[in-house]
Design a protein. Structure first.
Length: 890
């Protein structure tokens, strides 16, 4: 008979940690904790296969399921000495979803299930606390009606608020058992009115309702969106976990909390968490009451006047502390745990690998490797390469003047500055218009994920360090200040007020995720620190990786940054960027306006010394490392003025007739300039340009070699080659100039001439082209554009539709399309090597800084990736991870 249900409890379990595909993450870890002999309330997990069955069979369950659930409920009953549905000695349970990876947007939790008009009395008698029993019942009605029956939470809150107002209460704790009885009647009446059916009294009906709601929520819109954003297949399904209730709200000796075995923000090796006395799980996360610290050290550091768990419940604390250490060494990773203390007795409700900031990930990985808990290779794999971005982002200059408006919690580190927006759609709109925004919300929910993605930083006025905003922002690597309680947000007026000052939508604010401060205006920021743990992990990564990492850089400033970040050379120096400087653009325009080769040479002669000086500086900064310089690539019209006003201005400055300028601009304009007269095609029409650039490169190489005392070996790169002959024609010019310069200087220059592979034809004819090219650099920006026939400049207007409709999963300009563009890269690499074995190959498109694309480049066997300077550390780590993965895959 198929097994659909797995029980756990009392020091044993039918499942284990390695069964997360079947039991979901939560279920597998509950089983594992039981196997470890930890105090876990007994329960059972309905497998993910039931979810798959449910959707494959018209939302019905396998025939054997009902009996297996009954049996498992019986086992919980046997362990707890209770019976589900029994009027005298009722078993109450919680029902929770649990997919393979934790997934916001799914049905979360129903607590106290099994309560009804009858069993509530038994709970009151047994606990000797009628108030507790009726409070639990009303919570159950509210939660169940909301998540299972779809009656909105706020309708219940309204009833409660009105009752409190009429009776002069301000706090929920002031309500008596009799008050709750009145509220319960009103809640039930509301359900009857909304659904035309009474609130279900039969515990069996309740539990099947909750199970159905969990499976139903797998296909709700939020869950679907989350799966799309995180590449989670719908076929995984979710499990359902049913567990005996334990109560953190049975008076002053009861509590509930969440904790991390190490600090999730800094990585410090100290238990870190929050709890509330006399409360149920959702109270901690909801941010309604301010939670207390778990350890005394944390309480002192937070300057909190509320006692720590360590002092109020020392025995439960000591046991909890021991369990946390045991879990961490068992799982060999930092854990995020949930616990409840019921009348002094500790219960563990969950453990899983804890989400952490990049800074914490780094510190934890390095500490654990240094302590021998994990290997250095494992440490390298533990830190998400993209997450390093967080550490490479600025922090607020400690010397900067701060106009502090409020201080909330330092929920996710890094500083961010931007215009205020108050809802997620506006954040997305503003980001699309390339504005930096700070998303300010009272609190966030899974519906805000897109806005949080789009914003530079997130500010909330409610919620603790474990609130939705804090957890999600940390995962995304966004700076976040949560729970800034003194700030008032008015969504309707779109204002934020604090201390008598009011800020409107669009006003600039800065948040400091390291201190929790909210600051007016923009504040000076500092560059990130690259030593310490960061340096250590980078060392380990560098020792592991095979591919080199170079940078795309054309200014001395970028070259310096790249070197600081560990670049091993320049993979792409786009020379055209050097012509846009004031003082140069004029000579460039003269060159373009010239109608004869002589005229062009005269103008180019003005550019030569400037270009040479650029190269000297770059060669000096990069001394000892390879530098690839690409000859002029973009269509010439890019250098000419566009509007009438600019035309007139330029004509006057150049002393030429505006009409002539306009005519030239007109002849140069093309329908598809990116497919037009650009790249090597320009160099073929105007060989003087190639000659001037080659001369600047070689003269600079001679000069820089003299200055630094080390030889400079430039790599000259020809763009947009599709035909071997194109490369041959340009190469002939380059070689001739090299010869001339060597003769003039009386020295030998070692250099290479190579080409970009950025057209499908170039990839297909790479064998022929390799006959002339001494190196290849894959230009995956143009290769993606020309392979798809999609413009790299304006594909954004419809690629979103494509993603939404599942036609493509990822933007191919961000992450390499492995099947199409990637196939061309493989062909190009193979064919190139067939003619010139060992030919040096790299990538210099934007993909060179994208971890998943870097992983692909490893499989193609490229020698290096080249990316923007700020992404160099990310690429170093990603290349190491790719190498480790390739070794694992054998
Ligand atoms: C490319 O096409 O990938 C490339 C690096 O060149 P550019 O972006 O300058 O066209
Ligand atoms: Mg290109």
């Amino acid at each position: 008979m198929a097994k659909w249900v797995y029980s756990f409890g009392d020091g044993k379990a039918e499942g284990a940690a390695d069964m997360r595909n079947l039991l979901g993450g939560k279920g597998a870890n509950l089983a594992e904790m039981s196997n470890l002999g930890l105090p876990v309330p007994p329960g059972f997990t309905i497998t993910t296969e039931v979810c798959t069955y449910y959707y494959d069979n018209g939302q019905t369950y396998p025939a054997e399921l009902a009996a297996q659930v009954d049996e498992a409920l019986g086992q919980i009953g046997a362990l707890t000495g209770r019976t589900f549905g029994d009027a005298k000695n009722p078993l109450l349970v919680s029902v929770r979803s649990g997919a393979r990876t934790s997934m916001p947007g799914m049905m979360d939790t129903v607590l106290n299930l099994g309560l009804n008009d009858e069993t509530v009395g038994a709970v009151a008698d047994e606990s000797g606390d009628a108030r507790f029993a009726y409070d639990s019942y009303r919570r159950f009605i509210q939660m169940y009606s909301d998540v299972v029956l779809g009656v909105e939470h706020h309708s219940f809150e309204e009833i409660l608020e009105i009752f409190k107002e009429n009776n002069g209460y301000t706090l929920d704790t002031e309500l008596t058992a009799d008050d709750w009885k009145v509220i319960i009647e009103r809640f039930k009446a509301l359900v009857q009115e909304e659904l035309d059916e009474p609130f279900p009294q039969d515990p069996k009906a309740q539990i099947w309702g909750a199970i159905g709601a969990v499976f139903g929520s797998w296909m709700n819109q939020r869950a679907k969106t989350y799966r799309r954003l995180h590449d989670i297949p719908a076929s995984w399904g979710t499990a359902v976990n049913v567990q005996a209730m334990v109560f953190g709200n049975m008076g002053e000796s009861s509590a509930t909390g969440v904790a991390f075995t190490r600090d999730p923000a800094t990585g410090e090796n100290a238990l870190y968490g929050e709890f509330l006395v006399n409360a149920q799980g959702e109270d901690v996360v909801a941010g309604i009451r301010t939670p207390q610290n778990i350890t005394e050290a944390a309480r002192i550091a937070a300057k909190s006047d509320k006692p720590s768990l360590e002092t109020v419940m020392p025995e439960a604390f000591a046991e909890f502390d021991g369990i946390c250490q045991k879990l961490e060494s068992h799982y060999r990773d930092m854990q995020d745990v949930e616990f409840t203390i019921e009348r002094g007795k500790l219960w563990m409700l969950q453990t899983r690998s804890g989400k952490r900031t990049a800074r914490a990930a780094l510190k934890i990985a390095v500490d654990m490797a240094n302590d021998g808990l994990i290997t250095k290779d494992e440490a390298v794999l533990r830190v998400g390469a993209s997450a390093l971005d967080q550490l490479l982002h600025p922090t607020i200059d400690p010397d900067a003047k701060r106009d502090v408006l409020a201080t909330g919690l330092p929920a996710s580190p890094g500083a961010a500055c931007g215009e205020l927006v108050f809802n997620s759609d506006e954040a997305v709109e503003a980001a699309a218009a390339e504005k930096n925004v700070i998303l300010a919300r009272v609190e966030t929910s899974p519906e805000d994920i897109h806005g949080m993605h789009a914003a530079q930083g997130i500010l909330t006025t409610r919620g603790g360090m474990t609130s939705h905003a804090a957890v999600v922002a940390r995962g995304m690597g966004k700076p976040c200040v949560s729970g800034a309680g003194s700030v008032r947000i008015d969504y309707r007026a779109e204002t934020l007020s604090v201390g008598g000052r009011t800020f409107k939508r669009g006003d600039i604010v800065t948040i400091d995720g390291a201190t929790g401060q909210v600051l007016a205006g923009s504040v000076a920021m500092l560059k990130p620190e690259l030593t310490g743990d960061f340096g250590t992990l980078m060392e380990w990564a560098d020792a592991t990786r095979r591919m080199k990492v170079r940078a795309n850089a054309e200014t001395p400033k970028d070259a310096r940054t790249a070197r600081e970040f560990g670049a091993e050379g320049i993979g792409l120096c786009r020379t055209e960027h050097m012509f846009f400087d004031e003082g140069r653009i004029l000579a460039m325009r003269e060159m373009i306006l010239a109608e004869t080769p002589e005229g062009r040479r005269t103008a180019l002669a003005k550019l030569l010394p400037m270009q040479r000086q650029d190269f000297i500086e770059i060669f000096e900064i990069m001394h000892g490392l390879p530098v690839t310089i690409r000859l002029l690539d973009p269509p010439l019209h890019e250098f000419l003025p566009h509007t009438d006003e600019e035309m007139a201005e330029v004509a006057e400055a150049m002393g030429v007739d505006v009409e002539r300028l306009r005519r030239r601009a007109h002849t140069l304009s093309e329908f598809n300039p990116m497919l037009g007269h650009r790249g090597c095609r320009l160099l073929i029409s105007f060989p003087e340009v190639a000659e001037m650039q080659a001369r600047a490169i070689f003269e600079a190489a001679v000069a820089a070699a003299k200055k630094t005392g080390a030889p400079v070996e430039p790599e000259v790169m020809v763009p947009l080659v599709g035909i071997k002959k194109e490369l041959d024609v340009v190469k002939e010019r380059i070689d001739a100039v090299a010869k001339e310069v060597m003769a003039e200087a009386g020295v030998t220059i070692v250099y290479q001439v190579g080409t970009m592979i950025e057209l499908p034809r170039a990839a297909l004819k790479a064998d022929e082209i390799a006959g002339s090219a001494e190196f290849f650099s894959f230009g995956t920006n143009d290769l993606t554009q020309t392979t798809f026939g999609i413009s790299r400049d304006d594909a954004g207007s419809f690629l979103g539709d494509y993603q939404q409709q599942g036609i493509i999963e990822q933007d191919p300009f961000v992450s390499i399309d492995r099947e199409g563009v990637g196939e061309l890269m493989k062909i190009g690499a193979e064919r190139g090597r067939s003619v010139r074995p060992g030919i040096k190959m790299g990538i210099c498109g934007e993909h060179g800084g994208d971890p998943s694309s870097i992983d692909f480049c490893e499989t193609v066997g490229l020698d290096y990736v080249s990316c923007s300077p700020y992404r160099v550390p990310i690429a170093r780590l990603a290349a190491a991870q790719a190498a480790l993965k390739a070794r694992q895959d054998g």
